[in-house]
Ligand binder design. Structure first.
Ligand code: GLN
Ligand code: ZN
Length: 759
């Protein structure tokens, strides 16, 4: 008998109920009790969806973030909130969101904790704050309450927690102290937690240690041995869970730890499974993640069974089956989708459908395939149809891909030659000023868009409303005296969706929301087929904007790597191929913009770094194809067309050489969050082209002063020759108000004037 379980269920709710409950509580429109009730109802509903499983996760629900939950469970609260009164959930929101979270409940002025990406997903967690003086004390009330609730509902509960090593690894020490030194203080609290859970009737605890799929040095590996020998108890069984990748050099370690079960990602690490089986002790459960928890495609059940049956014969009841990772990263229910056509829908599977696939697999293994004949046949025909569908495979796209040659990646002349021609043509002053693309997305813009989508505003009225917005932005920029202008992006809802909607090969769900952080969700577009650009996507808007000014107007595009990294991607071809297809589509757009007389074209690659593999050993390969895709998109232009790119909110220093390889004439880059730490990279690396280090932190309502901007730029000029510096904000201005943007840009332009005259 194989056993089925789930590592985690999306908590946001099929209709984003959690988001709305949270936001209503934060706005003080509803009570804390109402919020807690909403949480309890969601948990109940989600367990009901999992009722066919042998074990359902308990503790995977969270009001904001599972890592922050663990910090609370371990009593690791930042000192600044420890003595504050109010419900502990209010304190929790203070750490998650800063003082605005619960304004008025108690004094303000609380700084939120840092937030960063959860491994290589687009989910963001709240970084645990650690220091030499961190102490841990157990607070198991959340887990105990949820365990109680599950018991009342008759759920077969498997408690989910984050393991001690992954917890420390995710944390950040502000005082540069050694995180691992905290392990001896942390382990006793985990021991207490496990015995408390055991006392409350927990039989299995899933202890997540995804860092086992990353490169660990020997200290961390040894710490695993110490930790799990300490946690070993006869009171609860531990299912050590790894996901998102291969164990590789940590495989023997993972198999040797004294736990009762091991979960591995059998999609990413399929080749390792036989090795794991041979190394795992005879009484240890092996849980195989065989359904993709991070993508939305239907599983090929027959192929999976072909692979699983011999393993099942070998392991019998020791074999557990699950999705590869928590289903947090996929939308809840495909049934809600009304607009996707039947054919496309038949290829997809969201969280609820994935659990159904799991039951079919398990029933077929346990009772024989004949009992699941209809289900397997339906599945097989959907899988087969997708493989040969003309909607997926477009011969003309494949032919264009085959014609890609190395020359397409290269500009005609080297940067120095191009720069000369561009400067002659653009006649820009020293320290040219520009912005990153978007201007405030005002209420007015949003209203027009939603009326248009609801069919209450005609296309022509919508277009003229957007033109008015563009004209408004252009006039503001002229009045401010900026040098290279933008159209302001009023017509774009989102920098990826906007392009996806116009490309063949992309589909959009109505309710396919995935949590990004807290109450924030994204609806990644679904790339299902070969990508074809049917017609110009941005040219008319930019041409119109250019017609309003004599200053250069930037064409504004999203780059292939960013579009790829923010989409659900195809699983039937390598990501590199999908990325090349996107690159060809963007290249066509770039060339059309150039033909339309646009002299400066910006191709944003905000998510370039997000695609980096978890293991550094694989970075090179990724960077090679990602940079090549950008170059295909950008480098078909003539020497005198100036290519810009833009990046933000990630570490750049360790990939600066690859960024230089993109060979964009200009890069604008966010620096404020790290206080211009970016510039350190230029001490050792001679960045060859032009660069605009951001001088206006667009996430803050603060207006940067002229002096501050001058100081930042002078600092930059110590490392990069002034002839190659630009002055610009950190990122797009769409979330700010005009009342902030205008004085900030005024100071920016004034600072540039001062810099020019005092050099
Ligand atoms: N051009 C986009 C904007 O200005 C860039 C956004 C981003 O980098 N995330 O909004
Ligand atoms: Zn940005």
């Amino acid at each position: 008998m194989s056993i089925t379980h789930n590592l985690g269920f999306p908590r946001i709710g099929a209709n984003r109920e959690l988001k709305f409950a949270l936001e209503s509580y934060w706005k003080k429109e509803s009570s804390l009790d109402a919020l807690k009730t909403a949480g309890a109802e969601l948990r109940q509903r989600h367990w009901a969806h999992q009722s066919k499983l042998d074990w359902s996760p308990v503790g995977d629900f969270t009001f904001y973030d599972q890592v922050l939950d663990m910090s609370f469970t371990l009593g690791n609260l930042p000192g600044r909130v420890r003595d504050l009164s109010g419900d502990s959930l209010d304190n929790y929101f203070r750490i998650a969101r800063g003082r605005s979270a619960v304004d008025g409940v108690c004094g303000g002025g609380i700084q939120a904790s840092e937030m960063t990406k959860w491994f290589d997903t687009n989910y963001h967690y709240i970084v645990p704050e650690l220091s030499v003086s961190t102490i841990f004390t157990l607070n198991a009330s959340r887990l105990i309450d949820e365990l109680e609730q599950s018991r009342r509902l008759g759920v077969k509960a498997k408690v989910v927690i984050i393991g001690p090593l992954t917890y420390l690894w995710l944390g950040k020490t502000k005082d540069d102290s050694d995180k691992l030194a905290l392990l001896s203080r942390l382990l006793p609290v985990y021991v207490q937690l496990l015995s408390k859970l055991a006392a409350c009737g927990a039989e299995w605890v899933q202890i997540d240690e995804p860092i086992l799929v990353t490169e660990l040095d020997s200290r961390w590996q040894q710490a695993f041995v110490l930790a799990y020998n300490t946690l070993h108890t006869n009171h609860v069984k531990l299912l050590l869970s790894t996901y998102f990748g291969q164990l590789r050099e940590n495989l023997s370690l993972a198999c040797r730890l004294p736990v009762q079960g091991l979960h591995v990602d059998a999609l990413n690490a399929r080749d390792e499974v036989s090795n794991v089986i041979s190394k795992l002790p005879d009484d240890c459960v092996l849980s195989l993640g065989i359904i993709n928890g991070r993508n939305i495609w239907k599983t090929d059940l027959t192929a999976t069974l072909d692979w699983l049956e011999p393993i099942h014969r070998q392991l019998g009841h020791r074999l557990w089956l699950a999705p590869s990772c928590s289903l947090l990263h996929v939308p809840v229910d495909l049934e809600s989708e009304r607009k996707l056509d039947i054919e496309l829908r038949s290829w997809l599977s969201f969280a609820i459908q994935k659990l159904h696939e799991l039951s079919i697999l398990s029933a077929a293994l346990n009772n024989g395939r004949q009992f699941m004949e209809t289900e397997l046949r339906d599945n097989q025909s959907a899988i087969a149809a997708r493989k040969i569908s003309a909607r997926v495979h477009n011969p003309s796209v494949k032919a264009a891909l085959a014609r890609i040659d190395a020359n397409m990646e290269c500009r005609t002349s080297p940067y120095s030659e191009r720069a000369r021609k561009q400067h002659e043509q653009l006649k820009l002053p020293l320290y040219p000023t520009t912005t990153i693309g978007s201007f405030p997305q005002t209420e007015e813009i949003r209203r027009a868009r939603s009326l248009f989508h609801r069919g209450e505003l005609s296309e022509s009225s919508y277009n003229s409303a957007m033109r008015e917005q563009i004209a408004h932005s252009v006039h503001k920029q002229e009045a401010l005296g900026l040098d290279v202008l933008v159209h302001g992006e009023p017509e774009r809802n989102d920098m990826v969706e906007y392009f996806g909607e116009q490309l063949e090969g992309y589909a959009f769900s109505q309710f396919g929301w995935v949590q990004s952080y807290g109450s924030r969700c994204v609806k990644p577009p679904i790339m299902f087929g070969d990508i074809l650009r049917l017609k110009p996507m941005t040219v008319e808007w930019i041409q119109y904007a250019q017609s309003l000014t004599h200053k250069p107007m930037k064409g504004m595009l999203t780059g292939p790597v960013t579009i790829l990294n923010w989409s659900f991607v195809r699983d039937d071809q390598p990501r590199t191929v999908s990325c090349q297809q996107l690159a060809l589509a963007i290249r066509e757009e770039v060339l059309d913009l150039e033909r339309a007389g646009v002299r400066v074209i910006q191709i944003d690659e905000a998510a370039l770094r997000e695609g980096l593999p978890l293991r550094q050993a694989q970075w090179h390969e990724y960077l090679q194809w990602a940079i090549s895709a950008f170059r295909i998109a950008a480098n078909g232009v003539r020497d005198n067309t100036q290519i810009h790119t833009h990046m933000c909110y990630s570490e750049f220093n360790d990939i600066i050489a690859s960024i230089a390889d993109m060979d964009a004439d200009v890069i604008t880059i966010e620096t404020s969050r790290s206080n211009m730490e970016l510039l350190d990279a230029f001490d050792h690396f001679n960045y060859p082209n032009e660069i605009g280090p951001g001088v206006y932190d667009i996430h803050s309502p603060n207006i940067p002063t002229q002096d501050h901007i001058i100081q930042l730029m002078r600092n930059a000029a110590k490392r990069i020759p002034a002839q190659r510096l630009w002055v610009n904000p950190d990122c797009g201005l769409k979330t700010r108000a005009w009342a902030e943007v205008v004085p900030a840009l005024r100071n920016m332009v004034a600072a540039a004037h001062t810099l020019r005259s005092t050099k």
